[in-house]
Design a binder for this molecule. Structure first.
Ligand SMILES: C[S@@+](CC[C@H](N)C(=O)[O-])C[C@H]1O[C@@H](n2cnc3c(N)ncnc32)[C@H](O)[C@@H]1O
Length: 261
């Protein structure tokens, strides 16, 4: 399972691939850091992009449709009837495609600021046979198009953004009044000592090499890092204009939040 079953949550090669990509990029990350700069997600070698997809997708396959979406109030019923969904920071579109496969009556708009990732996401959605209900756009989280969304999702990307508060404000302006924003973030406690465990050790490594430089490379450069934790994420979304925030699910790797106006 760990080495050969790409759909198993125990599958490891994606983890190795993103780690290898991070090591390959380390000299450039260090050089930028010396000048106080970050390195953008789009500037990494493809092993980072593809490794990320292969690392996270098995967890999304196991939990997204079976557990995370049902944990949100009233969302599955809407998706079954036919909802409009924005999947922001979608990377290669793994989450977008999983939702599209499960809810054929709904429409999905995936977006990411990285053009190479969107190109791959388009190819993946064609291969998965969902291109009729999925579209992708190259856009930043503070500028994706469309409005009146029933559901906005962000998978493992809010903390990577330079301006997550600006992104939250844009989500607020594109969401229906009774819509839902689902945020999936790396599992982390609020204090450093809560993260001194095997997952925390790996995530602090990725945070230093990938997430924090990604945020620093963008405007504002808030640099939440992969280990932001629930209290910090709550602060970001409340500053962005949302009133309701609750944790609805958790796995060893992810925290899932329901955010509503
Ligand atoms: C760790 S990857 C996660 C990708 C995908 N959601 C997944 O779970 O496989 C973070 C993604 O956030 C995107 N991203 C970072 N900053 C962004 C921004 N300001 N606006 C839109 N996307 C952004 C990156 O291009 C990258 O695809």
């Amino acid at each position: 399972m760990a080495l050969t079953d790409e759909s198993s949550p125990a599958y490891l090669p994606g983890f190795f691939q993103i780690a290898l990509g991070s090591v390959i990029d380390t000299p450039r990350i260090v050089e930028k850091a010396r000048g106080g700069d970050g390195l953008g997600w789009h500037e990494h070698v493809n092993d980072v992009h593809e490794g990320c997809e292969r690392f996270f997708r098995p967890g999304y396959s196991a939990h997204l449709v079976a557990e995370w979406l049902p944990a949100l109030e009233d969302v599955v019923e809407r998706l079954e009837r036919g909802a409009v969904v924005a999947d922001v920071g979608c990377g290669h579109g793994a989450s977008t495609i999983l939702m599209a496969l499960a809810f054929p009556n709904s429409r999905f708009v995936g977006s990411d600021y990285h053009d190479g990732s969107i190109e791959t996401a388009r190819r993946r959605s064609g291969e998965a046979g969902v291109a009729d209900r999925v579209s992708f756009q190259i856009a930043s989280a503070a500028g994706y198009s469309g409005s009146g969304y029933d559901l906005v999702t962000m998978f493992d990307c809010l903390h990577d953004m330079g301006d997550p508060v600006g992104a939250a404000r844009h989500v607020r302006s594109t969401l229906k009044r009774d819509g839902t924003w689902m945020i999936v973030e790396p599992n982390a406690g609020d204090r450093v000592e809560d993260n001194l465990n095997p997952v925390g050790r790996a995530y602090y490594g990725f945070s230093t090499l990938l997430c924090t430089p990604a945020s620093l490379s963008q405007e504002v450069g808030l640099a939440l890092g992969a280990q932001a934790g629930e209290a910090r994420i709550r602060d970001v979304v409340e500053t962005g204009g949302f009133a309701r925030f609750r944790r609805v699910a958790e796995t060893p790797f992810n925290l899932v939040f329901e955010v509503r106006p």
